[in-house]
Design a protein around this ligand. Structure first.
Ligand code: PLP
Ligand code: COI
Length: 356
């Protein structure tokens, strides 16, 4: 859908909070920009999107999302070039994944064009909230939840779609330590692991907390059936460099979130001539490769996490350390490439940026 066919109703804030922002200190997800976009679904269709001042929303206690979990979200980032152009990274990919999440959760879809235009218009309004510092971005959070006021199990007939944004720095501000999880499960085949469903994160909190109590930032989830294959981490996909090859778990089944950052990294690696393997990867082979030195790099890839270098992997009471960060040729190169591309320092040779 083209922008001119969408009527945005816009009410701008009378009291901008922007002068209160401490741009030197931006903890992830705590500061919210001035506006939000709200679009409602009822009687089989989406109403016109509204951009209004950011603020609380009220709920009926029987709002179905709270009870039955029809709640999905996305995450993407916008940056500004040195010329002040607003650059949004691959919102079309988020739109496509959002559609998949809608379908899996029995929610009405938002067509890709409408989703992208909502993001663009919203970012245009709050463009002053995009940080100008390297390593910082505007994190954009579109989400949708069911709003029927009803007790009983059936898909809701009404929904709310909202977009808000936070100026952010890195989600992890140090290399991460991950723990291989062999008991709890994030996602099983046939479940909702591939969708970006709120409940996936709620269900992972207890196991992740156990890992944090042992000193790890995140878990490295394994497959639900055998707990022998590496899947992904709580906020990011996982990539290894073993014997010079780029390895990442296959997304063939429906248990792993199809990450846009990881997909982009692999597309770049392919163009650079690296050999890439997306396949089932056993925990055993990763540990063996760290031990014999053939695993030279490991990192998490995600919108919030960006490229999160992995320091060590915990497994059955032992810690396996990866080589020093400064030796990691591919991770460092791809990290710089992605940062430069997103902020317009290098040309958008893949055609990934959408201007607002
Ligand atoms: N896996 C999980 C569970 C995530 O929450 C995320 C973050 O969105 C990712 C992977 C990475 O996906 P993306 O690169 O699209 O942000
Ligand atoms: C993202 O990277 O967009 C995420 O959703 C991860 C996290 C903030 C939950």
């Amino acid at each position: 859908m083209l922008e001119q066919t969408i009527n945005f109703k816009i009410t701008t804030t009378q009291e901008s909070k922007i002068s209160k922002v401490d741009w030197e200190n931006l903890p992830f997800g705590k500061m919210f920009s001035d506006h939000m976009l709200v679009m409602e679904y009822s009687e089989g269709g989406w109403n016109e999107p509204e951009i209004i001042p950011f603020g609380p929303i009220s709920f009926h206690p029987a709002t179905s999302a709270i009870h039955y979990g029809q709640s999905i979200f996305e995450g993407m980032k916008a940056n500004k070039s040195s010329e002040g152009e607003v650059l949004i990274f691959r919102p079309d990919m988020n739109a496509k994944r959002f559609i998949e999440s809608c379908e899996r959760m029995c929610m009405p879809i938002i067509p890709e064009g409408l989703f992208v235009e909502c993001v663009r218009k919203f970012v245009e309004i709050d463009r002053d909230w995009i940080p100008n510092k390297p390593g910082f971005s505007l994190y954009i959070r579109p989400f949708m939840f069911s709003t029927d006021e009803f007790v009983g199990i059936r898909p809701s007939d009404t929904y709310k779609f909202i977009i808000f944004a936070c100026p952010v720095g890195a989600y992890y501000n140090e290399p991460v330590n991950v723990l291989i999880e062999e008991h709890y499960t994030r996602a099983a085949e046939g479940g909702v692991g591939r969708a970006k469903v709120a409940g996936n994160y709620g269900a992972s909190l207890y196991p992740a907390k156990q890992g944090q109590l042992k000193g790890y930032h995140q878990l490295l989830w394994t497959d639900a059936k055998t707990h022998t294959f590496v899947e992904e981490s709580g906020t990011m996909n996982i990539v290894f460099v073993i014997n010079g090859k780029i390895l990442s778990p296959t997304e063939e089944n429906d248990t792993i979130l199809r990450g846009i950052t990881k997909r982009s990294v692999l597309e770049v690696a392919k163009v650079w001539g690296y050999e890439i393997e997306e396949r089932k990867i056993t925990v055993e082979e990763v540990i063996a490769a760290i031990k014999d030195g053939s695993c030279t790099e490991a990192f998490g890839a995600g919108t919030a996490a960006t490229i999160a270098h992995i320091n060590k992997i915990g497994f059955r009471g032992d810690d396996y350390f990866l080589p020093a960060i400064e030796t990691r040729e591919f991770s460092l190169k791809v990290e710089k490439f992605m940062n430069d591309l997103k902020s317009g320092i290098s040309p958008d040779e893949f055609g990934w940026l959408v201007k607002a």
